[in-house]
Design a protein around this ligand. Sequence first.
Ligand SMILES: Nc1ncnc2c1ncn2[C@@H]1O[C@H](COP(=O)(O)OP(=O)(O)OP(=O)(O)O)[C@@H](O)[C@H]1O
Length: 220
Amino acid sequence: MITLQNIEKVYRTSTIETLALNNINLDIRKGEFVSIMGPSGCGKSTLLNVMGLLDEPSKGTVQLDGQAVTQYRDKELARLRNQKIGFIFQSFHLINDLTVLDNVEIPLLYRSQNGRPRQDYAKDALTKVGLSNRMKHFPKQLSGGQKQRVAIARAIVGNPDIILADEPTGNLDSAMGNEIMNILQQLNDDGATIVMVTHDEQMAKRTHRLIRLFDGTQVL
Ligand SMILES: Nc1ncnc2c1ncn2[C@@H]1O[C@H](COP(=O)(O)OP(=O)(O)OP(=O)(O)O)[C@@H](O)[C@H]1O
Protein backbone atom coordinates (compact mmCIF):
# COMPACT_ATOMS: atom_id res chain seq x y z
CA MET A 1 0.00 0.00 0.00
CA ILE A 2 2.81 2.42 0.95
CA THR A 3 6.37 1.53 0.03
CA LEU A 4 9.35 3.65 1.07
CA GLN A 5 12.69 2.94 -0.58
CA ASN A 6 16.00 4.40 0.58
CA ILE A 7 14.30 7.41 2.12
CA GLU A 8 16.51 10.16 3.44
CA LYS A 9 15.26 13.46 4.84
CA VAL A 10 17.64 16.28 5.60
CA TYR A 11 16.48 19.54 7.22
CA ARG A 12 18.83 22.44 6.59
CA THR A 13 18.76 25.75 8.40
CA SER A 14 21.45 28.44 8.16
CA THR A 15 23.30 26.97 11.16
CA ILE A 16 22.52 23.27 11.30
CA GLU A 17 21.85 20.27 9.11
CA THR A 18 19.73 17.45 10.59
CA LEU A 19 19.50 14.01 9.06
CA ALA A 20 15.96 13.28 10.25
CA LEU A 21 15.56 10.04 8.25
CA ASN A 22 18.46 7.86 7.19
CA ASN A 23 17.94 5.20 4.52
CA ILE A 24 14.47 4.02 5.54
CA ASN A 25 12.99 1.03 3.68
CA LEU A 26 9.45 0.07 4.60
CA ASP A 27 6.41 -1.61 3.20
CA ILE A 28 3.01 -1.01 4.79
CA ARG A 29 0.60 -3.68 3.60
CA LYS A 30 -3.15 -3.40 3.21
CA GLY A 31 -5.02 -4.13 6.44
CA GLU A 32 -1.98 -3.73 8.71
CA PHE A 33 -1.97 -1.80 11.98
CA VAL A 34 1.60 -0.58 12.46
CA SER A 35 3.06 1.51 15.28
CA ILE A 36 6.17 3.69 15.18
CA MET A 37 8.12 4.31 18.39
CA GLY A 38 11.40 5.93 19.36
CA PRO A 39 12.85 8.75 21.47
CA SER A 40 11.94 12.39 20.97
CA GLY A 41 13.51 13.82 17.83
CA CYS A 42 14.28 10.44 16.22
CA GLY A 43 12.19 11.21 13.13
CA LYS A 44 8.78 9.64 13.84
CA SER A 45 6.66 12.59 12.72
CA THR A 46 8.93 13.17 9.74
CA LEU A 47 8.44 9.55 8.70
CA LEU A 48 4.66 9.85 9.03
CA ASN A 49 4.70 13.11 7.06
CA VAL A 50 6.73 11.51 4.27
CA MET A 51 4.29 8.56 4.16
CA GLY A 52 1.39 11.01 4.12
CA LEU A 53 2.87 13.02 1.22
CA LEU A 54 3.02 16.10 3.44
CA ASP A 55 6.79 16.23 3.39
CA GLU A 56 9.06 15.53 0.43
CA PRO A 57 12.04 13.23 1.04
CA SER A 58 15.52 14.53 0.18
CA LYS A 59 16.32 11.16 -1.42
CA GLY A 60 14.52 7.91 -2.17
CA THR A 61 11.11 6.97 -3.50
CA VAL A 62 7.60 6.81 -2.07
CA GLN A 63 5.05 4.54 -3.71
CA LEU A 64 1.37 4.69 -2.92
CA ASP A 65 -0.63 1.75 -4.30
CA GLY A 66 2.21 1.01 -6.70
CA GLN A 67 2.40 4.59 -8.07
CA ALA A 68 5.72 6.36 -7.56
CA VAL A 69 4.63 9.77 -6.28
CA THR A 70 8.00 11.35 -5.61
CA GLN A 71 7.91 13.47 -8.77
CA TYR A 72 4.29 14.56 -8.45
CA ARG A 73 3.45 18.25 -8.32
CA ASP A 74 1.84 19.78 -5.22
CA LYS A 75 -1.62 19.81 -6.74
CA GLU A 76 -1.48 16.12 -7.61
CA LEU A 77 -0.14 15.29 -4.15
CA ALA A 78 -2.98 17.24 -2.53
CA ARG A 79 -5.54 15.31 -4.59
CA LEU A 80 -3.97 11.95 -3.68
CA ARG A 81 -3.79 12.91 0.01
CA ASN A 82 -7.42 13.94 -0.01
CA GLN A 83 -8.59 10.73 -1.69
CA LYS A 84 -6.38 8.12 -0.09
CA ILE A 85 -5.14 9.31 3.30
CA GLY A 86 -6.84 10.24 6.57
CA PHE A 87 -4.80 12.13 9.17
CA ILE A 88 -5.18 12.21 12.96
CA PHE A 89 -3.01 14.51 15.08
CA GLN A 90 -2.13 14.64 18.77
CA SER A 91 -3.75 18.05 19.24
CA PHE A 92 -6.87 17.24 17.19
CA HIS A 93 -6.61 20.23 14.76
CA LEU A 94 -10.34 20.93 14.78
CA ILE A 95 -11.72 24.29 13.64
CA ASN A 96 -13.27 25.91 16.71
CA ASP A 97 -15.79 28.07 14.82
CA LEU A 98 -17.35 25.10 13.05
CA THR A 99 -19.77 22.56 14.51
CA VAL A 100 -18.70 18.96 14.94
CA LEU A 101 -20.66 18.03 11.81
CA ASP A 102 -19.07 20.81 9.74
CA ASN A 103 -15.58 19.82 10.94
CA VAL A 104 -16.15 16.24 9.81
CA GLU A 105 -17.38 17.36 6.39
CA ILE A 106 -14.18 19.28 5.62
CA PRO A 107 -12.31 16.61 3.60
CA LEU A 108 -15.38 16.23 1.37
CA LEU A 109 -15.38 19.93 0.42
CA TYR A 110 -12.37 19.26 -1.79
CA ARG A 111 -14.04 16.51 -3.76
CA SER A 112 -16.64 16.54 -6.46
CA GLN A 113 -19.72 15.15 -4.85
CA ASN A 114 -22.42 13.24 -6.67
CA GLY A 115 -25.64 12.01 -5.23
CA ARG A 116 -25.59 11.58 -1.49
CA PRO A 117 -25.29 14.83 0.53
CA ARG A 118 -21.98 15.46 2.32
CA GLN A 119 -23.80 15.70 5.65
CA ASP A 120 -24.96 12.10 5.38
CA TYR A 121 -21.39 10.84 5.08
CA ALA A 122 -20.36 13.00 8.03
CA LYS A 123 -23.26 11.68 10.12
CA ASP A 124 -22.23 8.09 9.30
CA ALA A 125 -18.63 8.79 10.34
CA LEU A 126 -19.77 10.38 13.62
CA THR A 127 -22.02 7.39 14.33
CA LYS A 128 -19.01 5.07 13.86
CA VAL A 129 -17.10 6.93 16.59
CA GLY A 130 -20.15 7.09 18.89
CA LEU A 131 -20.78 10.83 18.61
CA SER A 132 -24.00 11.04 16.64
CA ASN A 133 -25.56 12.93 19.59
CA ARG A 134 -22.96 15.75 19.44
CA MET A 135 -23.23 16.89 15.85
CA LYS A 136 -24.37 20.43 16.60
CA HIS A 137 -21.83 20.98 19.38
CA PHE A 138 -18.71 23.08 18.93
CA PRO A 139 -15.26 21.67 19.75
CA LYS A 140 -14.92 23.73 22.94
CA GLN A 141 -17.98 21.94 24.35
CA LEU A 142 -16.25 18.55 24.07
CA SER A 143 -13.77 16.61 26.19
CA GLY A 144 -10.33 15.75 24.80
CA GLY A 145 -11.39 12.20 24.01
CA GLN A 146 -14.51 13.44 22.25
CA LYS A 147 -12.46 15.94 20.21
CA GLN A 148 -10.17 13.12 19.11
CA ARG A 149 -13.20 11.05 18.13
CA VAL A 150 -14.38 13.97 15.96
CA ALA A 151 -10.91 14.07 14.41
CA ILE A 152 -11.14 10.34 13.70
CA ALA A 153 -14.54 10.82 12.09
CA ARG A 154 -13.00 13.56 9.91
CA ALA A 155 -10.14 11.20 9.00
CA ILE A 156 -12.48 8.38 7.91
CA VAL A 157 -15.31 10.38 6.30
CA GLY A 158 -13.80 10.14 2.81
CA ASN A 159 -13.20 6.39 3.16
CA PRO A 160 -9.40 6.66 2.85
CA ASP A 161 -7.15 3.68 2.06
CA ILE A 162 -4.87 4.46 4.96
CA ILE A 163 -5.09 6.32 8.27
CA LEU A 164 -1.95 8.03 9.62
CA ALA A 165 -2.14 8.95 13.30
CA ASP A 166 0.55 11.04 15.02
CA GLU A 167 0.35 10.33 18.77
CA PRO A 168 -3.46 10.16 18.74
CA THR A 169 -3.59 9.39 22.47
CA GLY A 170 -0.74 11.70 23.49
CA ASN A 171 -2.96 14.45 24.93
CA LEU A 172 -5.39 12.11 26.66
CA ASP A 173 -5.52 10.35 30.00
CA SER A 174 -5.23 6.57 29.91
CA ALA A 175 -8.99 5.88 29.99
CA MET A 176 -9.65 8.22 27.07
CA GLY A 177 -6.53 6.94 25.31
CA ASN A 178 -7.85 3.40 25.57
CA GLU A 179 -11.18 4.50 24.18
CA ILE A 180 -9.42 5.99 21.15
CA MET A 181 -7.35 2.82 20.71
CA ASN A 182 -10.56 0.75 20.80
CA ILE A 183 -11.98 2.85 17.97
CA LEU A 184 -8.77 2.56 15.92
CA GLN A 185 -8.74 -1.20 16.52
CA GLN A 186 -12.36 -1.47 15.40
CA LEU A 187 -11.57 0.50 12.21
CA ASN A 188 -8.64 -1.85 11.58
CA ASP A 189 -10.87 -4.91 12.18
CA ASP A 190 -13.24 -3.41 9.59
CA GLY A 191 -10.36 -3.28 7.08
CA ALA A 192 -8.59 0.08 7.57
CA THR A 193 -4.82 0.21 7.24
CA ILE A 194 -3.38 2.28 10.09
CA VAL A 195 0.07 3.65 10.90
CA MET A 196 0.36 5.25 14.34
CA VAL A 197 3.18 7.10 16.07
CA THR A 198 3.09 6.52 19.82
CA HIS A 199 5.21 6.93 22.95
CA ASP A 200 3.09 4.36 24.76
CA GLU A 201 4.32 0.74 24.81
CA GLN A 202 0.86 -0.51 25.83
CA MET A 203 -0.73 1.10 22.79
CA ALA A 204 2.03 -0.25 20.53
CA LYS A 205 1.44 -3.78 21.87
CA ARG A 206 -2.10 -3.61 20.53
CA THR A 207 -0.85 -3.21 16.94
CA HIS A 208 0.43 -5.90 14.53
CA ARG A 209 3.92 -4.57 13.98
CA LEU A 210 6.28 -2.15 15.65
CA ILE A 211 8.82 -0.01 13.84
CA ARG A 212 11.48 1.49 16.09
CA LEU A 213 13.51 4.51 15.06
CA PHE A 214 16.69 5.84 16.59
CA ASP A 215 18.38 8.97 15.23
CA GLY A 216 16.54 8.65 11.93
CA THR A 217 17.47 5.01 11.42
CA GLN A 218 15.13 2.05 11.64
CA VAL A 219 16.41 -0.27 14.37
CA LEU A 220 13.47 -2.72 14.46
N1 LIG B 1 10.99 21.81 9.77
C1 LIG B 1 12.13 21.42 10.36
N2 LIG B 1 13.27 22.15 10.22
C2 LIG B 1 14.43 21.74 10.80
N3 LIG B 1 14.56 20.62 11.53
C3 LIG B 1 13.46 19.85 11.71
C4 LIG B 1 12.19 20.23 11.14
N4 LIG B 1 11.29 19.27 11.48
C5 LIG B 1 11.94 18.37 12.24
N5 LIG B 1 13.26 18.71 12.37
C6 LIG B 1 14.29 17.94 13.09
O1 LIG B 1 14.28 16.61 12.58
C7 LIG B 1 14.44 15.67 13.64
C8 LIG B 1 13.26 14.71 13.67
O2 LIG B 1 12.09 15.43 14.06
P1 LIG B 1 10.66 14.72 14.25
O3 LIG B 1 9.68 15.78 14.58
O4 LIG B 1 10.38 13.86 13.07
O5 LIG B 1 10.94 13.79 15.53
P2 LIG B 1 9.92 12.96 16.44
O6 LIG B 1 10.53 11.62 16.63
O7 LIG B 1 8.55 13.00 15.84
O8 LIG B 1 9.96 13.78 17.80
P3 LIG B 1 8.86 13.94 18.99
O9 LIG B 1 8.68 12.56 19.60
O10 LIG B 1 9.55 14.88 19.95
O11 LIG B 1 7.62 14.50 18.38
C9 LIG B 1 14.60 16.47 14.92
O12 LIG B 1 15.97 16.62 15.20
C10 LIG B 1 13.99 17.83 14.57
O13 LIG B 1 14.59 18.88 15.29
